[in-house]
Ligand binder design. Structure first.
Ligand SMILES: Nc1ncnc2c1ncn2[C@@H]1O[C@H](COP(=O)(O)OP(=O)(O)OP(=O)(O)O)[C@@H](O)[C@H]1O
Ligand SMILES: [Mg+2]
Length: 261
């Protein structure tokens, strides 16, 4: 009898362990990013600026999340921390199950190069390189052979609708085209996350819409998780969810219901 009971308990033990592992795997596939109680205090001499005051949220894999908030609310600070360009003063950021706030310098460089792609307001393209070469650059840094990176750069530029602008330098492209090159470049090393800080901040509304459609299209095509920080209300029409940030705190969130754009 005891033996049978022990056997059952053993079985149950295995099952519990199995279930908890399964649960962990399921959770990790659902949430690619977990931001947990993140604080950021900037110190300027004797002045302290509390830019983030206990921010927590999760982002699902493949989600297009928009972070909205007034100037100074902490959007850039938050993106920089998620992209490991900066460390929080307190709290953690779990990306794919790893706490990136605990990584060493070498791991951080690797994380920034392969796991995330950045898109900024002013494109940050290298002026002397063509669109194609700009997109190839992160792949060259990652040691991808020349032929392979050229092929992928061409594919990505086609994806953002710039097949006939590949050999143009940034000053031979419009603002919207430059931003699309920046998006293609951000996708170069197949990151799982793209972080964009005011990507439409310097564009007129029609061009912004085109850029946002490209964002949405490539995030589905390449299955990347997209976080866009912005003031621009246009962005909210393309996102799956909006987080509202104010004075370094999350004020609320909204799920966007809409048909396909
Ligand atoms: N390097 C820094 N040193 C000191 N204070 C900083 C630094 N960076 C940002 N801050 C301050 O932290 C707060 C949040 O700044 P942050 O740049 O994250 O805001 P934001 O929401 O991106 O604003 P914007 O919409 O104007 O880009 C602001 O009060 C800002 O002045
Ligand atoms: Mg900002």
């Amino acid at each position: 009898m005891l033996l049978i009971l022990l056997g059952v308990a053993y079985d149950v033990g295995i099952t519990t362990e199995y279930l908890s592992n399964l649960l962990e795997v399921l959770v990790s596939t659902m949430d690619i990013i977990r931001v947990v109680d993140v604080h950021k205090i900037y110190r300027l001499g004797s002045i302290e600026i509390h830019a983030l005051r206990g921010v927590s949220f999760s982002v699902r894999r493949g989600e297009f999340l928009c972070i909205m908030g007034p100037s100074g609310s902490g959007k850039t600070t938050l993106l920089n921390i998620i992209g490991a360009l900066d460390r929080p003063s307190k709290g953690s950021v779990i990306v794919d199950g790893r706490d990136i706030t605990k990584l060493g310098e070498r791991e951080l460089t690797e994380f920034r190069l392969r796991k995330v792609g950045f898109v900024f307001q002013f494109y940050n393209l290298i002026p002397v390189l063509t669109a194609l070469e700009n997109v190839e650059l992160p792949m060259a840094l990652a040691g991808i052979p020349r032929r392979e990176r050229r092929e992928r750069a061409r594919y990505l530029l086609r994806l953002v609708g710039l097949e006939d602008r590949m050999d143009h330098r940034p000053d031979e492209l419009s603002g919207g085209e430059q931003q699309r090159v920046a998006i293609a470049r951000a996708l170069a090393n197949s990151p799982s996350i793209i972080l964009a800080d005011e990507p439409t901040g310097d564009l007129d509304s029609e061009t912004s819409m085109r850029v946002l459609k490209v964002f949405r299209g490539v995030s589905k095509e390449e299955k990347v998780t997209l976080i866009v920080a912005t003031h621009d209300p246009l962005v909210t029409g393309y996102a799956d969810r909006i987080l509202y940030l104010r004075d370094g705190k999350i004020q609320g969130e909204k799920l966007v219901e809409r048909g396909e754009q």
